[in-house]
Design a protein around this ligand. Structure first.
Ligand code: M6R
Length: 607
């Protein structure tokens, strides 16, 4: 996830608007900054890694001239934060500059093709291929618009791009596919940005581009065309009535809610992993005599879920362990034959880094999954994958859990394929189901959010909650309970449902709320038994079950219905979403700030 902003304006300096717009887009990324303008027919680019203020001051960006320009604030996915990897990226002739938010899946093959033709690349990004492809298309004399359209048709993956070129120094081209982009118009000119707040001080007349659309911005306004055939799209502007503060959260009241709603998009990005690194990590995993999965908090719950997935799909035993316990528990057994996969959104969690320091000292192979390219975890890991969910501002991790689980699931499937542990049919089926996860999450949010809000009202005075699930759903239960605990402070327990009769059942009395996670699958018959045990003792049952699961619904006081066909092995991703929403609404009803729970920090970098 990155922030992009472009404009062409009648009076004054474009750069002041660009840096101001980027400031409001920093929540989308903040590891590098870059700006490009065109003055007297010449392209001017300044960029570097670092925070906005530092780079703007260090490179004196605000002194750049031009009435047309664009800027980018980066959250690295391909290539560590550095000056060369920062956007804008330039073609070989130095006449075309481009900024991008998204992931180009087929960039390797496009790059190879361009290298064959003599193009020279300076960065490690996926983005750099795009200006070079445009340069290549321009040789066939079809003009900027034609060249950009042809290139966009060749890209696989997600993008929101803005292009400036000295060939047409008065036009900003911008386009989107599965990454957000909005255009805006005022008496002073035209704008485009990743979202509305960036341009709200200058205009409230906006239009959201749809997938597969390109806009051309000029001082006279804008034109929108379809990428597929260049045909004109009639698109009226709409008026935004949000305050600036509301707009920063895109109309959501809290970042946590916004991030819950962003999950279909972040999951789509999480499915766009770089093949070579996916293969590399799974090859390392395969070589381990012992495979440890270590992490803290939500990331630990992702590891716990993954241990079931590795076992079921790849027939690989993995040992999930909370990172603060790693050294005491496995410090003397970890060694040269061990693989330690550390999972951390920030890549900076003290306990996790301590655990892998120890593992490295004992010559183990350390691998990483993180959201933060350039973090300590990426620097010390032998190989790593990026979860690609973009910055998460709410202290309660939401996108983090779902993205990490989808990344770990892809690793498990890849390993199953490499080791021949699943039949071709099974592999095809799981691969297809993985691609459906983002839309299952979308459906879950759309069809249940109102109901869950009402449910929160009903249970807002409850003093205790139990979260129970069997098999992999025990991990979902733990994660749902962590969300509730950290933002509402309501005491709660989470257990594998079968274990509840060995102790936790003693807290059940009339009316205690028990939340059961009941996807269809191997554990389904057993969960019915667990529900009956609790019900017999007076618990109020809230279940999350598949649509049409009459057996569970009959036993429940309240139920949240999930889309049909979700395999149990992948269920933590969609099934955790109602729990995130329930925790969020309960916190709001209790007049607590879910974005800033007491005593907690987003990243715990101390012992
Ligand atoms: O950055 P990390 O993934 O390593 O962070 C780990 C935990 O601190 C984090 O998941 C924490 O538990 C969250 N507040 C959970 O919502």
């Amino acid at each position: 996830m990155c922030g992009i902003f472009g404009c062409v304006i009648k009076d004054g300096q474009a750069v002041r608007l660009i840096t101001d717009g980027l400031k409001r887009l920093e929540y989308r990324g903040y590891d590098s900054i870059g700006v490009a303008t065109i003055v007297d027919g010449g392209l001017h680019v300044r960029k570097d890694k670092g925070k906005l203020e530092e780079v703007v001051e260090g490179l004196r960006i605000n002194e750049m001239e031009g009435t047309i320009g664009m800027g980018h604030t980066r959250w690295a996915t391909h290539g560590a934060p550095s000056r060369v990897n920062a956007h804008p990226h330039i073609d070989g002739s130095g006449n075309i500059a481009l900024i991008h938010n998204g992931v180009i899946e087929n960039y390797m093959e496009l790059k190879d093709e361009l290298i064959e033709k003599g193009h020279i690349f300076v960065s490690r990004t996926d983005t750099e291929v795009i200006p070079h492809l445009i340069e290549e298309e321009l040789t066939s004399d079809i003009g900027m618009k034609g060249a950009i359209l042809r290139v966009l048709r060749r890209l696989k993956g997600s993008y929101a791009v803005v292009v400036l070129s000295t060939h047409e120094p008065d036009r900003v081209y911008c386009a989107r596919h599965e990454s957000p982009l909005v255009i805006g118009v005022s008496d002073n000119g035209a704008f485009c940005a990743s979202d509305v707040p960036a341009m709200l001080p200058y205009t409230n007349q906006v239009s959201y581009l749809r997938n597969g659309e390109m806009a051309v911005l000029t001082l006279d306004g804008y034109e929108v065309v379809k990428v597929i055939d260049g045909s004109l799209v009639e698109r009226n502007l709409e008026e935004i009535t949000w305050s600036l503060e509301m707009a920063e959260k895109q109309g959501y009241t809290h970042f946590m809610l916004k991030e819950i709603y962003e999950q279909p998009e972040s999951l789509r990005d999480g499915l766009r992993l770089q093949e070579q690194y996916l293969n590399l990590l799974t090859q390392f995993l395969d070589r381990g005599k012992d495979v440890f999965l270590t992490a803290a908090g939500t990331s630990y719950h992702s590891c716990l879920a993954a241990s079931y997935i590795f076992s079921k799909l790849s027939r690989l035993t993995t040992i999930p362990v909370v990172s603060s316990e790693f050294i005491e528990r496995y410090g003397s057994t970890v060694g040269i034959d061990s693989v330690v996969l550390a999972v951390s959104q920030s890549g900076e969690t003290y306990d996790t880094l301590k655990a892998i320091d120890h593992a490295r000292m004992r010559a183990a192979t350390v691998l990483g999954i993180t959201n933060t390219v350039g973090s300590t975890l990426t620097r010390v890991s032998r190989a790593y994958l990026i979860q690609q969910s973009g910055p998460e501002i709410g202290v309660a991790a939401t996108k983090t859990f779902t993205s990490q689980v989808i990344v770990l699931s892809q690793m498990a499937l890849r390993l199953a394929k490499q080791k021949g542990k699943l039949s071709q049919d099974e592999l095809d089926e799981f691969e297809e189901k993985l691609t459906l996860i983002p839309s299952w999450v979308e459906d879950t949010i759309q069809s249940n959010s109102g109901y869950i809000e009402a449910l929160a009202e009903k249970y807002q005075d409850d003093k205790l909650f139990l979260f129970l699930g069997r098999g992999i759903s025990a991990a979902t239960a733990l994660e749902g309970r962590l969300k509730l605990l950290e933002i509402t402070y309501v005491p709660s327990l989470a257990y594998p449902a079968g274990e509840s009769k060995h102790g936790p059942i003693s807290v059940i009395e009339d009316g205690v709320a028990c939340i059961f996670i009941c996807p269809r699958g191997d554990t389904h018959p057993n969960i019915i038994g667990s529900i009956m045990e609790m019900k017999a003792r007076g618990a109020r049952i809230i279940s999350i079950c598949e649509e049409g699961d009459e057996e569970v619904k009959r036993l429940s006081d309240d139920f949240i219905e999930m889309p049909r066909g979700i395999p149990e092995e992948l269920s933590p991703v969609p099934y955790v979403v109602p729990l995130q929403l329930l925790a969020y609404h309960l916190a709001v009803l209790k007049e607590l700030d879910p974005d800033m729970p007491r005593n907690l920090a987003k990243s715990v970098t101390v012992p």
